[in-house]
Each structure stands twice: as structure tokens, then as C-alpha cells.
Design a protein around this ligand. Structure first.
Ligand code: GTQ
Length: 356
């Protein structure tokens, strides 16, 4: 008994002295550093549109887009306080731009996606080309491309931003420049990139580079039409050619020139859940952020659940088992760090009840 107390206090004393040398004993933390299963501090969370909207409106009265540079409410994971991130790798935020405003041009090494949540008529300009935003449109700002946002329309426009900020921060690879002018010059008419790269065709001399997608808008009407066609073809059949037991009908967005993800670090998806759909349990190592476009339903975890409605955002952390239920036909947009997992051959998924 006495010897044990001695050992403990000897060790404590040793750890104390060791810490002055910037060293620590591995054996005290090994189980945390190398756990048997994914362990993340990130939590499942939902940001409901009806709760976010008054705060977005208020931000519009407190600061201009010009002054803020980007008027965004960060969706910070409650399990990662102070880290300004939604998952350990991916940042998310709701960005508001009011009629007549400009969010000035800059470029950075972080890649961004925009998913239009509410309103239309604003634009994002990427490398000299503008794209007008409509609800459900999925828009890319590749790394190191000049981009500014503007709203020449008459409605407030809000979109969900997703950026690989935490990845680039971890790598220490952050660079950023502001353009000397608020708005970059228009170099090509709207629709140029969509025509060149968005019709299953490519320019004759096109050379893929950097894994960066040459297309920067995936319009909702086209993505939705594809899903609805597949839904109609599938009927209520589950399995090959029909509904996926966990995901309903789900497609991934693609860089048309490479077949890879639209952003090197981020994969994005759109899915439809038929009315009454009750998904099988699912989990995967990538942490997923969802934006609800249409419908109503519920996401069930082992010990709690969230009801979701249009324009809500929710996050499902790595390896958290969940099921999707739809009380109305629902369309969900989602994005995650899956390409990083796949590049490192770390990606795993598990379908059904099995716990591995
Ligand atoms: O629109 O460029 O939500 O640089 C965070 C950082 C948006 C943007 C964000 C950014 C942007």
C-alpha cells in the first residue's frame, strides 16, 4: 500500500520535471491517441433555419458585407468550442448578402463551396465569370481563384459556405490576398464555363490541372431532375438499380474533367428520400454536413434524434451511427471530407446494425 503511494507520487514528480523539457509520457495517453474506434470530440448538431434567420437578419443591420468582408455566421460544432469549425476538418457558415451589397474580391488557398439556401439573384464571380445563384445551386470557388460576391437583385440571399479551412490550417498552408478593387472585372459572359465543361464535353485543348474543377456551378434544376428520374425508375424497389437501403437515391457531384470530387478535399452529394422512407443504420469515417432542400423528416442516432425541415443544416460526425427517415419526400444536399479519407486509404463505412 505504502509502496504504491510512493510510486504514484514518484511518477507525478517525474512527469512534472519531464514537462519542463517539453516531453510527456506516452503511456498516460496511449489509449486516447490510438483508440480502437474513431473518437472525435465533434457532436451531432442541427442549426434550424427558423432559429438562424432572425440572427442573420440582425447581422444585416449590424454590419455591411463590405465592412465584414464576408458576413457569415459560423456554424461551430458544440463539441469543438473555439475552433470555428463544424467538423474537425470542414468549416461551415451561413453567409448573407443584401440587395446592393458587394463582398469584396480576394483569393486564398482554402477551397470553398456555396450551397444556396434562401433567396436568389446574388452572384459569385470566380476568375472573371459570374454565376447567378438560385436556391439549391451548388457553386465552387476553387483554391487560389479570385472571388467576390454581389447582389444586384432585390432579395436577401443566404447560402451555406463549406471550406477546408481546418485542413489547410493543420497543414500550415494558408495564403490569402485581397484584390485592389472590390469587384473583379468580368472577362467572360455568364454561362461560359457551364457550356464548355457542363454538357459532358470538353474543349479540344483542355488539360486537367491541379484537380481543380473547371465547372463552378451545378444548377439545382439539373441535379434534382436526375434524382427524380432515378426515383421514378426505382419505384419502391430497394437494391441494385433501386433505392439504397440507407441513402434512398443519392448521387455525388463530380469534377467533369477528372471524375474526382469537385474540390480535392471535399465531396458533395444530393439525395432524395421518398415519402415514408425509413433508412437502414449507416455510418462512415467522413464527417458529413447536410443542408435540407425539400421535405421533412428525422435523423435518428443511437440515443437522440433531430427533426429536420427545409433550410436546416445538420452535422453527423465521423462514425456516428444514424438512420434517415422522411415523413415527406425530401431532398438533402451534403458534403464531407471523404476525398481525404479515400486518398489516404482510410475511408470505411458500415451498413446496417453491425458494429466493427
Ligand atoms: O466567401 O470567401 O464563410 O473566405 C469564410 C471564409 C466565406 C468567402 C467564408 C471566406 C469566405
Amino acid at each position: 500500500m505504502h509502496a504504491k503511494v510512493d510510486t504514484a507520487s514518484l511518477r507525478r514528480d517525474y512527469y512534472q520535471r519531464l514537462s519542463t523539457q517539453a516531453m510527456k509520457p506516452l503511456w498516460e495517453v496511449l489509449a486516447n491517441l490510438v483508440p480502437p474506434l474513431p473518437a472525435t470530440d465533434a457532436q451531432a448538431a442541427i442549426w434550424r433555419w427558423e432559429d438562424a434567420l432572425p440572427f442573420l437578419r440582425e447581422s444585416g443591420e449590424l454590419i455591411t458585407a463590405q465592412e465584414a468582408e464576408r458576413r457569415v455566421l459560423i456554424l461551430e460544432n458544440p463539441g469543438l468550442p473555439g475552433q470555428n469549425t463544424c467538423t474537425p476538418t470542414i468549416y461551415a457558415g451561413l453567409q448573407l448578402i443584401l440587395p446592393g451589397e458587394v463582398a469584396p474580391a480576394h483569393r486564398h488557398t482554402q477551397s470553398a463551396l456555396r450551397f444556396v439556401v434562401d433567396g436568389e439573384g446574388a452572384y459569385t464571380a470566380v476568375n472573371g465569370e459570374r454565376v447567378t445563384m438560385h436556391p439549391g445551386d451548388f457553386i465552387i470557388t476553387p483554391k487560389w481563384t479570385w472571388h467576390d460576391h454581389g447582389n444586384p437583385g432585390d432579395q436577401a440571399v443566404t447560402w451555406l459556405d463549406g471550406l477546408d479551412i481546418a485542413v489547410v490550417r493543420m497543414l500550415g498552408a494558408q495564403f490569402r490576398e485581397n484584390l485592389h478593387e472590390a469587384t473583379q472585372g468580368v472577362q467572360r459572359p455568364e454561362g461560359d464555363a457551364a457550356a464548355r465543361f457542363g454538357a459532358n464535353m470538353l474543349p479540344l485543348d483542355y488539360q486537367p490541372h491541379d484537380g481543380v474543377t473547371p465547372i463552378f456551378c451545378y444548377p439545382y434544376h439539373a441535379s434534382r431532375a436526375a434524382l427524380m428520374q432515378l426515383h421514378e425508375n426505382a419505384g419502391s424497389r430497394v437494391g441494385e438499380g433501386g433505392l439504397h437501403a440507407c441513402h434512398g437515391i443519392k448521387l455525388q457531384y463530380v469534377n467533369p474533367a477528372s471524375g474526382g470530387s469537385p474540390i480535392p478535399t471535399i465531396a458533395a452529394f444530393l439525395q432524395v428520400l421518398p415519402k415514408g422512407f425509413a433508412g437502414a443504420p449507416y455510418r462512415s469515417t467522413d464527417g458529413m454536413i447536410y443542408s435540407v432542400v425539400e421535405g421533412e423528416g428525422r435523423i435518428e442516432f443511437d440515443d437522440h434524434s433531430f427533426e429536420f425541415k427545409p433550410k436546416d443544416t445538420f452535422v453527423v460526425p465521423s462514425w456516428m451511427r444514424h438512420r434517415l427517415h422522411a415523413s415527406e419526400q425530401s431532398v438533402l444536399f451534403s458534403f464531407s471530407d471523404r476525398p481525404i479519407h479515400k486518398a489516404l486509404h482510410l475511408w470505411r463505412e458500415s451498413v446496417g446494425e453491425s458494429v466493427s
